[in-house]
Design a protein around this ligand. Structure first.
Ligand code: SAM
Length: 175
């Protein structure tokens, strides 16, 4: 994220959770930029709001207690998005049955693709090991592998010597 995000940029944390990425992004965009954060769990939104307040970063962030599939109704239509982060799956230490799902993840990713700034980046941390994770990973793979290479560069980065199903990262960059 720090390779593409500059002060003043507009960015998205699509899965706020405990707010680590939200806080990090708010520091990167600074007071002139803005972070739009989404989570379906009220506790995640409240926890992150408190962390932002402690760090005096809340003016740079809009938190929405709703799924990222609704982001088109929240993001300003006229501002390109420089970076969006998705940390998929369930919240560590939280309810493991509350997970991200293929259909809603793809709705959000597709909406962001059309709003991405030149060189803008969508980052997806993909976890396939939990129930439901494999279906989401497969749907994402099917989607990103058919993106036009003239418009997007798509890269995958992950461990290849680990047992079980380690998480991996997919990055979609607008040319
Ligand atoms: C792996 S956690 C995110 C961790 C977070 N990045 C952090 O720093 O703690 C995944 C989060 O996605 C949220 N989530 C699940 N479905 C969602 C959706 N449709 N829209 C937004 N967030 C969703 C869960 O509530 C959970 O908090």
């Amino acid at each position: 994220m720090n390779q593409v995000v500059d002060p003043g940029d507009v960015v998205v944390d699509a899965t706020v959770g405990n707010g680590h990425d939200t806080v990090y992004l708010a520091k990167l965009v600074g007071p002139q930029g803005h972070v739009y954060g989404f989570d379906i769990q009220k506790a995640a939104i409240d926890h992150t709001a408190a962390a932002l307040e402690n760090a005096h970063l809340q003016p740079s962030v809009t938190l929405t207690h709703a799924g990222h599939e609704n982001l088109a109704t929240v993001l300003p239509a006229d501002q390109p998005i420089k970076c969006a982060i998705f940390n998929l799956g369930y919240l560590p230490g939280g309810d493991k049955t509350i997970i991200t799902h293929a259909a809603t993840t793809l709705t959000a990713v597709t909406a962001l693709e059309s709003r991405l700034a030149t060189n803008g980046l969508i980052i997806l941390m993909v976890y396939a090991g939990h129930p439901g994770g494999q279906a989401e990973a497969q749907a994402l793979h099917d989607h990103v592998t058919q993106l036009d290479q003239q418009t997007f560069q798509v890269l995958q980065y992950g461990f290849i010597n680990q047992i079980h199903q380690p998480p991996y990262l997919i990055a979609i960059q607008k040319r």
